[in-house]
Design a protein around this ligand. Structure first.
Ligand code: AMP
Length: 193
């Protein structure tokens, strides 16, 4: 199973991604988690991207590619990937295509978690108080949504044209979203084949 999870911050793709990885036995890779780990460990790369993460700006395309390529190759060798938060720009999507066609790892589905901005802001406020994520406080959360709409939303058309887009109404309760995602991804579940 090779699946991309696309959606704005607080759309629930992380929650669903971790659950899917456990249920389907596929590696879950979150670009945001990988970057936060670099920042927490104080690596040179972490120091380079810390400000971008704190402000809710995207890190440069080549940086995220360098961080993701090794775990992505490992995941592909062991059966596939669930990619959360990458690609986030059309340039990253093209880079992923290039990498994927060289190694035989083309995504089979791009699941779009569709939630309106107002609901995202409401969720971000509650996540900021529960998880203490500094980039979920309201000004940064608003900025992250704006960055998503400007830089990442064009991927919806990109993957629609590629014929692999799956639309999920992710404004619903978690269990309803989970059922919709499971149904949509059933054709890619190798355990059933
Ligand atoms: P996330 O956990 O996916 O919401 O990502 C947290 C932060 O990490 C984002 O606000 C960006 O600063 C950075 N980030 C994560 N993924 C990417 C990506 N694919 N391209 C650029 N920046 C990213």
């Amino acid at each position: 199973m090779r699946v991309l999870l696309i959606g704005p911050p607080a759309s629930g793709k992380g929650t669903q991604g971790r659950r899917l990885a456990a249920d389907f036995g596929v590696a879950y890779l979150s670009s945001g988690e990988l970057l936060r780990a670099e920042v927490a460990a104080g690596t040179p790369l972490g120091q380079q991207v810390a400000d971008d993460l704190a402000c809710g700006d995207l890190v440069p395309d080549e940086v995220i590619l360098d961080v993701l390529r090794p775990p992505l190759e490992t995941a592909l060798r062991s059966g596939g990937y669930l990619l959360d938060g990458f690609p986030r720009t059309v340039a990253q999507a093209r880079a992923l295509d290039e990498w994927a066609s060289a190694v035989g790892g083309q995504p089979e589905a791009a699941v779009w978690f569709d939630v309106a901005d107002d609901e995202l802001l409401r969720r971000s406020r509650s996540r900021a108080s529960i998880e203490g994520r500094a980039d979920d406080v309201s000004a940064v959360a608003r900025h992250r949504i704006d960055v998503y709409n400007a830089a990442t939303a064009p991927l919806i058309d990109y993957y629609r044209q590629a014929g692999i887009l799956i639309h999920i109404d992710a404004a619903r309760p978690i269990d309803e979203v989970a059922a919709a995602v499971d149904a949509a991804l059933a054709p890619f579940d190798v355990r059933a084949q």
